[in-house]
Write a protein that binds this ligand. Structure first.
Ligand code: 5GP
Length: 202
C-alpha cells in the first residue's frame, strides 16, 4: 500500500507560457486535480466563477485572510491571488495529486509551509514566443502584456530555486516531462513509507 495522500505540486511560470493548457492535459490522467484559487481580478471572457477561479471582491479576499483560510496568497500585476487551505486538503485526502498553478511568491510560501511540495517551473522557448502567445490569447491590453513580460523576466532567475524546470515548447513533450517528474516523486522513500513499514512488520 502506498501513502494515501496525493502529492502537492506547485506549477509556476510566466503568465501566458501555456501552464493552463498543460494543466488541462494533465487532468485527463485522472489521478491529478487542480486547486481552484481565489482572485480579485475580473473574469476573462469564457471564465466561470468557482471553476476557473473563485472571483472575489477585495473585501471578501481580506476577510478570508483574517480567517486564515489561505495556504498562501500574493499580489500579481495589480490583483490578489490565493490558495484555499480547504480546497487543497479535501483533494489531497481523496488521494489526488493536487496541482497549484501559482506565481513565485506563493510557491515559496508553500515550500515553507509544506516542505513535501514539489516545485516545478515552466519556461517558454523564448521571451519573444511568450509575447506572441500573450498577444494570441488576446485577453490583455498591450500595456498589461508588457507588464506581464517584465514580471516574467524578473522572475526567471527564481526558476533555479525550483525542484524541476520544464520547457514548454511542444505541449506533448511538456506533459510527458510532467508525468516523469510525478513518477519519480512517487518513488521517493517518503512516498513509499507505508509499504516499507508494512514489510518491516513481517
Ligand atoms: P492570471 O491572471 O493570468 O490567471 O494569473 C496570473 C498569475 O497568478 C499566474 O502566474 C498564476 O499562476 C498566478 N496565480 C493563480 N492563482 C494563484 C494563487 O492562488 N496564488 C498565487 N500566489 N498565484 C496564483
Amino acid at each position: 500500500m502506498t501513502n494515501k495522500k496525493g502529492l502537492l505540486i506547485v506549477l509556476s511560470g510566466p503568465s501566458g507560457c501555456g501552464k493552463g493548457t498543460m494543466v488541462k492535459e494533465l487532468l485527463k490522467r485522472g489521478d491529478c486535480a487542480v486547486s481552484v484559487s481565489a482572485t480579485t481580478r475580473s473574469p476573462r471572457v469564457g471564465e466561470e466563477n468557482d471553476v476557473d477561479y473563485h472571483f472575489l471582491t477585495e473585501d471578501q479576499f481580506s476577510k478570508l485572510i483574517e480567517e486564515d483560510a489561505f495556504l498562501e496568497h500574493a499580489g500579481y500585476v495589480g490583483h490578489r491571488y490565493g490558495t484555499l487551505k480547504k480546497e487543497v486538503e479535501t483533494l489531497r485526502s481523496e488521494g489526488k495529486h493536487v496541482i497549484l498553478e501559482i506565481e513565485v511568491q506563493g510557491a515559496f510560501q508553500i515550500r515553507e509551509k509544506c516542505p513535501e511540495a514539489v516545485l516545478i517551473f515552466t519556461v517558454p522557448p523564448t521571451i519573444d514566443e511568450l509575447r506572441r502567445r500573450l498577444h494570441k490569447r488576446g485577453t490583455e491590453s498591450d500595456e498589461v502584456i508588457e507588464e506581464r513580460i517584465s514580471r516574467a523576466k524578473a522572475e526567471l532567475p527564481l526558476a533555479r530555486k525550483y525542484d524541476y524546470i520544464i520547457l514548454n515548447d511542444a505541449l506533448e513533450d511538456a506533459v510527458a516531462d510532467f508525468g516523469n517528474v510525478l513518477r519519480a516523486e512517487q518513488l521517493r522513500p517518503e512516498f513509499l513509507e507505508d509499504k516499507i513499514g508494512e514489510m518491516e512488520q513481517c
